[in-house]
Design a binder for this molecule. Structure first.
Ligand SMILES: CSC[C@H]1O[C@H](OP(=O)(O)O)[C@H](O)[C@@H]1O
Ligand SMILES: Nc1ncnc2[nH]cnc12
Length: 306
């Protein structure tokens, strides 16, 4: 990667954020690595730009190039801001999750449609502060249009052994320790389908940044509610490694589908455009706006205060 250009001309509309066990995606030619410094610092790793026909793809490793960031240390604001500044409007986020339901077996995929926040407030989770107030709708944290594409791709790969669950609620816990048995049972009673440590604030920040965001989960364990074998890191890594072929097939199919001309407006996030930036100006009156907060919002949305 060292000798790749550190600049890429032209916007990249689609990004994949890879998580545990998906630190890179193979089969694509890398054409650049970019590492923008944002008002919130640098992303967790340089962003690789991959050649994919006429529709380049950005890839970012959530936990860093060597998995050096624990879930609570991930520079989520820098990650989302850096993707936004290079043009990304659609994020496919991949996550290794514990299953909270019998029918979601290790190595199955889930396209979540809801999330319950069990993080502990220690992660910076908004771009809007320091004299700029913004409240965004988050009733449906993921994007139904992208979810539909992911589901279709998943079901089309059934012959390859891909098992896809069309809906589900993620419990996003703080970690880095796994849950207690009592917590795991409680999450089940809440209707949780799967559990991870990284859906939030990533999804909230993507919403604030007017980006289309959909997580794809792959189950790696039954957490600790099932009283069989309790989750541990080796188990997570082993299932991820064993099924990484299918994970990559699925991601590739989704990228191919999203690159179709019919999805141009979707991947450019046209249906979200202006929803957040349009609201900011009316929220905090000009005379009360903080210089730093205003400058940060301007970074995300050039011209927002005009
Ligand atoms: C290694 S087990 C816990 C770890 O795995 C998941 O990572 P990611 O969502 O980035 O795939 C989970 O969220 C935890 O961060
Ligand atoms: N059981 C679990 N709890 C939280 N995050 C996870 N990631 C994978 N398995 C997990």
């Amino acid at each position: 990667m060292a000798d790749l250009p550190s600049h890429f001309e032209g916007p990249v509309h689609i990004a994949v954020i890879g998580g545990t066990g998906l630190q890179k995606i193979d089969g694509y030619v890398p054409i650049a690595t970019v590492n923008p410094e944002t008002p919130w610092g640098y992303p967790s790793a340089p962003i690789t730009i991959l050649k994919h026909g006429d529709v380049p793809i950005a890839f970012l490793s959530r936990h860093g190039a060597s998995h050096e960031y624990a879930p609570h240390e991930i520079p989520n604001r820098a990650n989302i801001a850096a993707l936004r500044i290079i043009g990304v409007r659609t994020v496919i986020a991949f996550s290794a999750v514990g299953s909270l339901q019998e029918e979601v077996k290790p190595r199955d995929f889930v396209v979540p449609d809801q999330v319950i926040d069990r993080t502990k407030g220690v992660r910076p989770s908004t771009f809007f502060e320091k004299g700029v107030v913004g409240h965004v709708g988050f009733a449906d944290p993921f994007d139904e249009k992208i979810a539909k594409v992911v589901r279709e791709c998943g079901h089309a790969l059934a012959g390859e052994g891909v098992v896809m669950h069309d809906k589900g609620t993620i419990i996003c816990m703080e970690g880095p320790q796994f849950s207690t048995r009592a917590e795991s049972h409680m999450y089940r009673s809440w209707g949780g389908t799967v559990i991870n440590m990284s859906a939030l604030p990533e999804a909230k920040l993507a919403r604030e940044a007017e980006m289309v965001y959909q997580m794809i989960c792959m189950a790696t364990d039954y957490d600790c509610w099932r009283s069989t074998e309790d989750v541990n890191v080796e188990m997570v890594i082993a299932h991820m490694a064993a099924n990484s072929g299918n994970a990559k097939l699925l991601v590739a199919a989704v990228l191919d589908k999203l690159s179709d001309i019919e999805h141009t407006d979707l991947i450019q996030g046209r249906h979200c455009e202006g929803q957040i930036s349009g609201m900011l100006k009316f929220m905090t009156k000009k005379e009360g706006r903080g210089a730093e907060g205003a400058k940060n919002a301007e970074y995300l949305f050039p011209g927002v205060w005009e």
